[in-house]
Design a protein around this ligand. Structure first.
Ligand SMILES: *[C@@H]1O[C@H](CO)[C@@H](O)[C@H](O)[C@H]1NC(C)=O
Length: 216
């Protein structure tokens, strides 16, 4: 019996550690992504290490302002494995985020990464919501130089509350963090989620659901 219980504990802790793991650790010095490879793997296939060069580990252009002339007033410039092939298998990436005055990075989650954000310029309201059933809202206004962490998987957002532009750099614990934008996932899927499901989920009438479908 004691053996069974400890075995059960082992199995449980194994599955828990798998469930909360972020990207796997590398099994060699590096595995620079080969965008031309036809091999399908979890991640991207490696270039021949002998052909790897300095530019494979470099990205230029993060000093450039993103274009925030859009309805939400923000812009994300990604530096993931797709822009910087040397990130393949390393479990990290980053983004630059620009915000016009009152610009918003709308509620979203990253299925594969925690995010640590550093505010370089401006004043930024940030927040995330803990999982159900608690749904506790943790929010704070950041000033230049402040750092804030968004735990993996939780819905989070940012809003520029200063009078000028705001700029942040955020690091993420995956080479390919992914993004699920709540509004466009729920109301902008193709094909659409059946109206009745959204009517009941959001406690609104059909007209509102139709309207939201039409704009996302
Ligand atoms: C910014 O985006 C807007 C809307 O897409 C576009 O009209 C404008 O030309 C862009 N500005 C720059 C500097 O690229």
């Amino acid at each position: 019996m004691a053996t069974n219980i400890s075995f059960f504990g082992f199995v449980l802790s194994f599955y828990l550690s798998v469930a909360i793991a972020s990207d796997h650790s590398p099994l060699q010095d590096f595995c620079v992504a080969d965008p031309k490879s036809q091999v399908v793997v979890n991640g991207l296939a490696c270039k021949d290490p002998k052909t790897v060069e300095d530019n494979d580990f470099s990205f230029g252009g993060l000093h450039l302002e993103g274009n925030t002339s859009n309805p939400i007033g923000s812009s994300v410039t990604p530096v993931t494995v797709f822009q910087l092939p040397g990130l393949n298998t390393l479990g990290i990436s980053l983004v630059r985020i620009d915000y016009a005055p009152s610009g918003v990075n709308p509620p979203h989650t990253h299925p594969r990464a925690s995010e640590v954000l550093t505010l370089l310029e401006g004043s930024l309201e940030v927040g995330f919501v803990t999982s159900s059933p608690e749904n506790r809202h943790i929010t704070k206004v950041l000033q230049k130089g402040d750092v804030f962490v968004f735990p993996i998987g939780l819905v989070h957002y940012q809003r520029n509350v200063g009078s000028g532009n705001a700029v942040a750099i955020a690091a993420l614990s995956s080479q390919n963090p992914g993004v699920v934008i709540i509004a466009s996932s729920v109301f902008g899927s193709r094909p659409s989620i059946v109206n009745d499901i959204l009517v009941k989920a959001f406690h609104v009438d059909k007209g509102i659901v139709n309207y939201l479908h039409s704009i996302f």
